[in-house]
Ligand binder design. Structure first.
Ligand SMILES: Nc1ncnc2c1ncn2[C@@H]1O[C@H](COP(=O)(O)OP(=O)(O)OP(=O)(O)O)[C@@H](O)[C@H]1O
Length: 255
């Protein structure tokens, strides 16, 4: 079997210094994401989803345990190595697009390559290729202010993909979109996953967005609570997700 794109092993994250008010936000979390998988992370507010995303994305340090991305142990890397690793191996899609308003769509997508020092000659085919896959070739010379929210998120997805990262990390990417654009973005992510074999980890509160994933990991109080696989239709999977979320609601009421 091929190696997983993400291997999380006995991961712990404690906020705060020793002898101060410490908070154990991740407790012995272990899981894998296989290459080409589309996995959702869900759980109640405060469960540790953002913490998990931050340590996997190398933006924050874990307290113990290991994280391997495409076979590299990032928990053993130094800060300057991490920045390079992040820009080469990871692609990010956030809720608020994070597009630079004074750059065109083309320039925004090209940014990860320009920052890496790739020559202009090589940048153009990569940008046009990914723009075409995401259906945004026609708006390539526009500025972000003149395009819709759905188009902005597609541009953000193109920028996340242009350097062919090992994995895409998406944090509530549909959070700022209306239902039509949210559906369209999720269909795009499914397309990237199925046709280009892009590995995706999606953190979301939205059960409908999550229903596009192949597998959902639920976390509660910093621990893995349950995982479910999509074996049936998306509608049935949506219902299964709602059922697990209802379990959380019930346990909160009992507390
Ligand atoms: N810098 C910090 N210092 C101390 N505690 C923190 C810090 N950041 C997060 N926490 C705590 O860690 C826990 C997990 O927070 P986290 O943001 O990961 O949850 P979440 O599942 O992403 O929540 P939400 O769905 O509301 O975004 C929370 O109890 C939070 O208060």
């Amino acid at each position: 079997m091929s190696q997983p794109v993400l291997h999380v092993n006995h991961l712990n994250k404690v906020y705060g210094k020793k002898n101060e008010n410490q908070f154990h936000a991740l407790k012995d979390v272990s899981f894998d994401i296989e290459s080409g998988e589309f996995v959702g992370i869900m759980g109640p507010s405060g469960a540790g989803k953002t913490t998990l995303l931050n340590v996997i994305s190398t933006l924050d340090q874990s307290s113990s345990g290991t994280i391997e991305i495409a076979g590299t142990n990032i928990t053993a890397m130094k800060q300057n190595q991490l920045a390079d690793f992040r820009s080469e191996q990871l692609g990010f899609i956030f809720q608020d697009f994070n597009l630079l308003e004074n750059l065109t769509v083309y320039e925004n997508i090209a940014l990860p390559l320009s920052l890496k020092g790739v020559s202009t000659r090589h940048i153009k085919p990569s940008v046009m290729n990914v723009a075409q896959k995401l259906g945004i070739e026609k708006i390539i010379d526009k500025y972000p202010i003149t395009i819709s929210g759905g188009q902005k998120q597609r541009v953000a997805a193109a920028r996340a993909l242009v350097h062919e990262p090992a994995m895409i990390l998406a944090d509530e990417p549909t959070g700022a979109l209306d239902s039509k654009n949210a559906k369209s973005l999720m269909e795009t992510l499914v397309h990237l996953n199925e046709k280009l074999n892009t590995s995706i980890m999606l953190v979301t509160h939205d059960p409908l967005s999550a229903s596009y994933c192949q597998r959902i990991l639920f976390i509660q109080d910093g621990q893995l609570y349950k995982e479910i696989h999509r074996n049936t239709t998306r509608n049935s999977f949506h219902q299964e997700i709602l059922d697990v979320l209802a379990e959380f609601a019930t346990s909160n009421e009992l507390e």
